[in-house]
Ligand binder design. Structure first.
Ligand SMILES: CC(C)(COP(=O)(O)OP(=O)(O)OC[C@H]1O[C@@H](n2cnc3c(N)ncnc32)[C@H](O)[C@@H]1OP(=O)(O)O)[C@@H](O)C(=O)NCCC(=O)NCCS
Length: 176
């Protein structure tokens, strides 16, 4: 059974190796989530430590994880827009499902819970971007996200051999 739970900064710090491992394995499997290969466990842990833990501590971000039999197999973050004129907006970032856990509904469960969390936090407008034509794009479309458009040649593939387009999506969710 998949359990979705929120981790605060202290819990995320304890789970840092598992979180970093999921991200490293996703990058090794070709996921374009800002990194290129080689991407080590140490690189991944450093990124989580530097970028996520302080943002969880300050409340700028929130983190959800998916556990299957106690093991973290997925994660997603909600980053609150810092602009004073956008208190209703947030960005979904780093939806990651362990390659061994795919196509079992973990990604959908994380996104569904994240949308509920955003609604409860008063964030009714969400945005995200993903690689054009990716599995993630199909997931977002199946969850009713609206495709704004595709920016071609946006980012390098993980193996640096080509430039991939980025598909930008938005979703408006009813207030709590
Ligand atoms: C995208 C990702 C998060 C999906 O996670 P997942 O747990 O496998 O997704 P789910 O099992 O919840 O799938 C939900 C739906 O998404 C779509 N989907 C997911 N993976 C798909 C694939 N490989 N091909 C086609 N459709 C896919 C399907 O509509 C699926 O519903 P179905 O299984 O009933 O057909 C996962 O593949 C992943 O971590 N990829 C690498 C990281 C990444 O690209 N993250 C997105 C960053 S923006």
């Amino acid at each position: 059974m998949t359990i979705i739970e929120e981790l605060d900064a202290a819990a995320a710090a304890r789970e840092l190796p598992a979180l970093a491992e999921v991200m490293r394995l996703c990058v090794e499997a070709g996921a374009s989530v800002n990194f290129v290969l080689p991407f080590s466990q140490a690189d991944s842990e450093a990124w989580w430590r530097r970028n996520v833990l302080p943002a969880l501590e300050s409340g700028e971000r929130r983190l959800l994880v998916a556990r299957v039999e106690g093991r973290i197999l997925g994660a997603v973050q909600l980053a609150f827009a810092p602009q004073p004129n956008q208190p209703h907006r947030a960005e979904v970032t780093k939806l990651l499902v362990h390659p061994e856990g795919r196509r079992r509904g973990i990604g959908r469960a994380l996104m569904t819970r994240l949308e509920a969390m955003a609604r409860e936090a008063g964030r009714s407008l969400l945005i995200l971007d993903t690689v054009e034509g990716s599995a993630a794009q199909r997931l977002y479309e199946s969850l009713g996200w609206t495709l704004l458009g595709v920016v071609p040649r946006f980012a390098l593939s993980t193996d640096r051999t080509r430039l991939e387009g980025s598909a930008f999506f938005w979703k408006e969710i009813a207030a709590a």
